[in-house]
Design a protein around this ligand. Structure first.
Ligand SMILES: C[S@@+](CC[C@H](N)C(=O)[O-])C[C@H]1O[C@@H](n2cnc3c(N)ncnc32)[C@H](O)[C@@H]1O
Length: 411
C-alpha cells in the first residue's frame, strides 16, 4: 500500500492568483490543478531545478517560480508554449508601457493585413470578421520580436478573441461548428462593419487588461525562481538535450491516452499565429498517441495483461494503446536517464473501449525497472475541469479522478 502524499497546504489567495493568470491567458485542455502544482512545488523544499517535459500551458512553471525553483519545460505545441511563457511571467512597468504603446499603434495601423495559411479560414470566420482580424493580426505580426512579453501578451489575447469571433462551438475544445454559428451570428446581427471591428478591438483590449491585472497580482507575489526555459521537443522521438544536468525533480502530466486532442483543440490559434496547414498536420503527427512511433519495450505486467485483453475485446484500438505506451515508455526512459531524484506523474485513469487503463500504475511499473520506487500517491476527484468528450463515447461520464504519484530514485 502506497501512503498518501502530504502536500503542504496552499493559501487560497495564491491558488486564486495562479488560477486567474491561467484563466486570463486562455483555455488549454487538461491543465494541472493549481493547488496540486503549488503543493508539489512546496513539498520539494529548497530551490530546485524542475523539469516538465509535457509542459502544456505551463502551470508547473507558474507554480515553480513562486517556490523559488527553476523550471525547464518542453512541449511540441507552440501555442501551449506561448501560453506557458505569458502565464509564468512577471510584469514590469516597461512591459506595461510597451503594451500601452502597442495598443495605441493598433488604432492608427494602416499597414498590410495578414491572412493565415489555412485552406479553411473562410469556413470559420464570416468575411466581415476576417477582414478585421486580418488587419489586427497584420499589425501584431509586424511587431516582430516574440521574445518581448508585450508581443506575447497581444498574441495570446488576439488568439482568444479570434476564437470568440469564429464559428467554433465555445463548449467544445476541438474545432467544431455546433452552436458557435448561431452565437456569432446573433452577436454580429445588424452591426455595420466598422462597429464589428470596434467590437473586436474592444474585446481585445478587455482581454489584454485581464491578463495585465492577473500578471500584476502574480508579480506582487514576488516569484523567486528565474523565468523558465521553454523549448520545443518531441519526447516520443527525440532525446532530451545534452547539458540538461542537475534536474532535481520531474513534475509532469503526459497526455491521458486519447482523452484530449491538443493540436486539434488549438488549431485555430496555431493558424493565426502563423503556422501553415502542413505544419499543423506535422504537429498532429508528433502528438502522443496519434502519431506513428517505433515499437518500444514497456516493462510492465499490467501493460502486457491489458494488451492481451484489448487484442481480444477491442482489436481496432490495439494500435492506439501500443503507440501510446511505446511513446511514453521511451519518453520516461529518457527522463530516467537524467537520473532526477524525484519523478512525479499526474494522470487520469483512461479507458479503451470501457477497459480501464491505469496509466500511472503502468508507468510506475516501468519506472521501477529503471530504479524508481513509489513514495506516495494522492487521488483527486475532477470537479470543475473541462474535459474533452467524444460523441458516442462509451465512457460518457469521462474521467472521474486523477492521480498524482511521486516516485523516488532508489538509493
Ligand atoms: C496533459 S497536457 C499537459 C498540460 C500541462 N500540465 C498544463 O498544465 O497545461 C499534455 C501535453 O503533452 C504534449 N505532447 C503530446 N505529445 C507530445 C510529444 N510527442 N512530445 C512532447 N509533448 C507532447 C501536448 O501538446 C500537451 O500539451
Amino acid at each position: 500500500m502506497i501512503r498518501d502524499c502530504r502536500l503542504p497546504k496552499q493559501s487560497d489567495d495564491t491558488v486564486k492568483i495562479v488560477r486567474s493568470v491561467h484563466v486570463a491567458v486562455g483555455y488549454y485542455p487538461a491543465r494541472f490543478p493549481y493547488r496540486i502544482a503549488l503543493g508539489f512545488m512546496g513539498w520539494l523544499g529548497g530551490a530546485s531545478r524542475v523539469l516538465d517535459p509535457f509542459v502544456g500551458s505551463g502551470v508547473a512553471c507558474t507554480a515553480a517560480r513562486l517556490w523559488g525553483h527553476e523550471c525547464v519545460g518542453f512541449d511540441i505545441n507552440p501555442f501551449a508554449r506561448l501560453l506557458a511563457r505569458v502565464s509564468s511571467s512577471t510584469l514590469s512597468s516597461r512591459d506595461e508601457e510597451a503594451l500601452a504603446r502597442a495598443l495605441r499603434g493598433l488604432e492608427s495601423y494602416r499597414g498590410p493585413g495578414w491572412r493565415p495559411r489555412w485552406g479553411n479560414v473562410e469556413y470559420w470566420h464570416p468575411p466581415v470578421v476576417l477582414e478585421a482580424l486580418e488587419r489586427l493580426w497584420g499589425y501584431i505580426h509586424s511587431l516582430g520580436d516574440d521574445r518581448e512579453l508585450y508581443v506575447c501578451i497581444l498574441k495570446v489575447a488576439l488568439a482568444r478573441v479570434s476564437r470568440l469571433f469564429s464559428y467554433a462551438d465555445p463548449e467544445i475544445p476541438k474545432l467544431y461548428r455546433g452552436r458557435g454559428l448561431e452565437k456569432l451570428e446573433a452577436l454580429l446581427h445588424g452591426r455595420p462593419p466598422s462597429a464589428i471591428e470596434d467590437l473586436i478591438v474592444g474585446r481585445l483590449r478587455e482581454r489584454v487588461s485581464r491578463i495585465v491585472r492577473a500578471l500584476r497580482e502574480y508579480t506582487r507575489l514576488r516569484p523567486r525562481g528565474p523565468a523558465p526555459r521553454l523549448d520545443e521537443l518531441d519526447l516520443a522521438r527525440e532525446p532530451l538535450p545534452q547539458g540538461l544536468a542537475g534536474v532535481d525533480a520531474v513534475f509532469t502530466s503526459p497526455p491521458y491516452l486519447a482523452a484530449h486532442e491538443y493540436t486539434r483543440s488549438t488549431k485555430l490559434e496555431l493558424y493565426w499565429l502563423g503556422y501553415s496547414d502542413k505544419e499543423v498536420r506535422a504537429l498532429r503527427n508528433k502528438e502522443i498517441p496519434y502519431g506513428p512511433v517505433e515499437p518500444y519495450r514497456v516493462e510492465s505486467p499490467t501493460f502486457e495483461r491489458l494488451e492481451e485483453d484489448i487484442a481480444s475485446r477491442a482489436p481496432r484500438l490495439l494500435a492506439l494503446y501500443r503507440r501510446y505506451f511505446w511513446a511514453l515508455a521511451r519518453a520516461f526512459d529518457e527522463i530516467a536517464r537524467l537520473g532526477p531524484p524525484i519523478i512525479a506523474l499526474f494522470v487520469g485513469p483512461a479507458t479503451i473501449a470501457s477497459i480501464p487503463v491505469p496509466i500511472h500504475a503502468i508507468l510506475a511499473e516501468h519506472l521501477s525497472t529503471r530504479g524508481y520506487t513509489p513514495l506516495c500517491r494522492s487521488v483527486s476527484a475532477i470537479r470543475a475541469r473541462k474535459l474533452f468528450r467524444r460523441r458516442n463515447n462509451s465512457n460518457p461520464n469521462g474521467i472521474q479522478e486523477e492521480t498524482l504519484i511521486i516516485l523516488s530514485r532508489k538509493p
